[in-house]
Design a protein around this ligand. Structure first.
Ligand code: FES
Length: 73
């Protein structure tokens, strides 16, 4: 099944990258380019990452907006 239409990457390729050690969307993007253009395939990429029970997900990165107001008190 084609997962990433922009980069023409199918589910078998993504599963293969997960088996080789990809643990998040960034790993998948670096390995095969999926998710690097419109991002429409990222939910499907994440489902494939979640399907692999022997492949623990890397904790999601926390992005902090340095321009955001800081709550005090
Ligand atoms: S469908 Fe994957 S980046 Fe657009």
């Amino acid at each position: 099944m084609l997962v990433c239409h922009c980069q023409v990457v199918n589910d078998r390729r993504i599963r293969a990258e997960i088996e080789r050690g990809a643990r998040d969307e960034v790993d998948i993007a670096l390995a095969c380019g999926a998710g690097t253009q419109c991002g429409g395939c990222l939910p499907a990429v994440n489902r494939l990452l979640d399907e692999c029970v022997q492949c623990p997900r890397r904790p999601a990165a926390v992005f902090v907006d340095p321009a955001a107001p800081v709550a005090v008190g």
